[in-house]
Design a protein around this ligand. Sequence first.
Ligand code: GLY
Length: 324
Amino acid sequence: MLNRRKFLQLSSLSAPLLSIKNIATNGDAYTKPIVISTWETYKGGNTEAWKVLAANGRSLDAVEAGARYVESTIDCCVGLGGNPDRDGIVTLDACIMDEHANCGAVGAIQQILHPVSVARKIMETTPHIMLVGDGAQQFALENGFKKESKNLSPSAEAAYKEWLKKSEYKPEINIENKKSHDTVGLIALDAFGNMSGAVTTSGMAFKIHGRVGDSAIIGAGLFVDNEVGAATSTGVGEENMRICGTHLVVEFMRQGDSPEMACRKAVNRVVKRDMAKAKTFQLAFLALNKKGEYGAYALQKGFVYCVKSNGEEKTIASKYVFEI
Ligand code: GLY
């Protein structure tokens, strides 16, 4: 039961009335905020997201804050410090989704520091879901985002020069971008029982110019259903897009599977289609359900994810299918 003081505290926050009702009627089931995210390298994103959740903020604000942190601090695989495409140009993909199934995405955007915030702007101010390339950049500039330099980060420049020696693109397990991580995906449950997610990446290193990966695709890189749960993904985007992986994970959870089992079934879908090929790339799913339970599953050994809630902060090695 909500006492009057608690009710007034909740009322003063800008949450939808439905969510307040959820807390009142479901008690503890919805009151444990939590954020989970892909790869240990991006753990700082969880820390930023947690600041929002711990202050009874909205899960949408939390995941955006986490993604923005990673976009502006990590080289290699996320943000403008990431590795370029085969023409030496950094292009970024991102998407975001909230508890009302509102969503926004950008594909192959250039010279914008925070693609996740452009995705949110598209979601909140346009009738569209995704903008790509020059149009996405134009929209960002019209909406107050600043055009950043085209220069590569020192590590990206070094990696690109090395790649140019052979100019051969071939995804490698867990080192698609020459480091043991790639995309950051964050999913969160807030104190109001509402779930959101965000994904951001520079995508496959040395990809064909114009390539958009799963991180910009709602249902592949990210899916949120506030009745059930949320899922995100990392790894070779094309293989995820073939199965709309995160939508599949959420649907498995709807049918009663735990987050880990739901991720495992999505990974198995990929294995079943082509086992020989599945041994050659990494793809992992990470999921959180409405009760705050979480789990992951990967094709290959090596995927880790981070969890932050009140009293819990850990990095967990995902279970996997192949140990190569
Ligand atoms: N999962 C990131 C990408 O394929 O671009």
